[in-house]
Design a protein around this ligand. Structure first.
Ligand SMILES: *[C@@H]1O[C@H](CO)[C@@H](O)[C@H](O)[C@H]1NC(C)=O
Ligand SMILES: *[C@@H]1O[C@H](CO)[C@@H](O)[C@H](O)[C@H]1NC(C)=O
Length: 351
């Protein structure tokens, strides 16, 4: 090999190494960049409605003002009442501690939970043809903590609400005195979900889905944002359907934005202070086909059937994990908390 060839080989090697390193640092820079809070915000719409679902799968409470916390939307202070957080309660099977939702028991949609207006440590349960039950909020002082199994085998903390609540829930749903129980989350930071093992694939696919983005008993993150225009567009595609945003169980419903722009809202600011980041698209399940007002499942598999025709995640984003599922809405995590209200301007981060 001549000296000249030797130098050329070396040069090529060095150049290649520099090239690879540059590409790698650019990649890391880009990846890191995603977590930088934007400084330029552009208005995209405004808050039309705010909803909290104190019981997972249960009836909604509509709010004018809400407090955005790490764990999701919290009710604003009102007298001495307990300030429920979104999905603060959930129903589980006594036999094996597995969670239960309206997917198995659509009647859960009719259960209304509300803070007691006099006693700070109580809430009420109501449902059609049931008498109201006042339940004392359990604490670890007088009840044992238990572990409930959620989706994907995830074990999650709960405090049981006691025998009376269990009986009421079982009577309403199963028509017997036992079988189901009610669990409560106390909101302590050290009781936060740990999805490291159960959701490993999700953590690998979505760089911004992480423990800090999870809610109490939500499926994924603390917040679900739905864009009204996207629901309107879906409605136009289904003859005679009357699909409402409520079917998609939003926490924050945004109006005046073009349809489907939410897919790319990597950063969202609401009002002056609250900042959220896109954690993952919301892929929709069979629950979407249940009418929240009648608790009946669509006999024609709508709106899922239509959604599958044009909103599969693989057609929107290159996604292998959940590509076969249709998307409506975005799951967000909280960056900066605070109060938000109906009418607040919604901004999207530009850079
Ligand atoms: C908590 O667990 C202990 C030990 O299993 C049991 O003795 C006690 O009765 C339980 N307390 C309640 C309130 O269920
Ligand atoms: C979550 O679980 C993983 C795996 O068991 C563990 O390594 C990690 O420390 C846990 N994280 C927290 C915050 O508890």
């Amino acid at each position: 090999m001549s000296r000249y060839q030797h130098i050329t080989t070396e040069t090529v090697l060095v150049a290649t190494t520099v090239g690879v390193l540059t590409a790698l640092s650019l990649y890391w820079y880009q990846k890191k960049r995603k977590h930088v809070i934007p400084t330029v915000w552009e208005p995209v719409g405004k808050v039309k409605s705010l909803f909290i679902y104190p019981l997972k799968s249960g009836h909604r409470i509509e709010l004018n003002t809400a407090i955005c916390t790490d764990y999701g939307i919290k009710m604003p202070k009102s007298g001495p009442s307990y300030q429920f957080c979104d999905r603060n309660l959930l129903i589980y099977k006594e036999e094996n501690n597995e969670f239960r939702t309206a997917r198995q028991y659509p009647k859960i949609l009719f259960i209304k939970t509300a803070p007691d207006s006099i006693q700070k440590d109580c809430f009420t349960l109501n449902a059609p043809e049931m008498s109201e039950l006042k339940v004392k909020i359990p604490t670890l002082k007088d009840a044992n903590e238990s572990e409930i199994t959620l989706h994907k085998g995830e074990k999650i903390f709960t405090i049981d609400c006691g025998d009376e609540a269990a009986k009421w829930i079982s009577q309403y749903i199963l028509d017997t005195d036992s079988g189901l129980r009610l669990g409560f989350h106390d909101g302590e930071p050290h009781h936060r979900r740990n999805v490291t093992v159960s959701h490993k694939k999700y953590l690998e696919t979505y760089s911004r889905f992480r423990n800090e983005a999870t809610g109490m008993y939500t499926d994924f993150t603390s917040f679900l944002i739905i864009n009204e225009a996207s629901i309107d567009d879906l409605n136009e595609r289904i003859p005679d359907a009357n699909i409402t945003p409520l079917q998609f169980r939003p926490n924050i419903l945004v109006e005046n934005a073009p349809a489907y722009v939410e897919d790319d809202w990597n950063w969202v600011k609401i009002g002056n202070n609250v900042v959220m980041y896109l954690s993952k698209p919301c892929t929709r399940c069979i629950f979407t086909n249940i009418d929240p007002e009648t608790a009946t499942k669509s006999e024609i598999d709508e709106p899922l059937r239509t959604l599958r025709k044009y909103r599969l995640l693989k057609d929107i984003k290159n996604n292998k994990l959940e590509g076969h599922l249709p998307v409506m809405g975005i799951h967000t995590g909280l960056q900066n908390g605070g109060e938000i209200s109906v009418g607040d301007i919604v901004y999207v981060g530009k850079k």
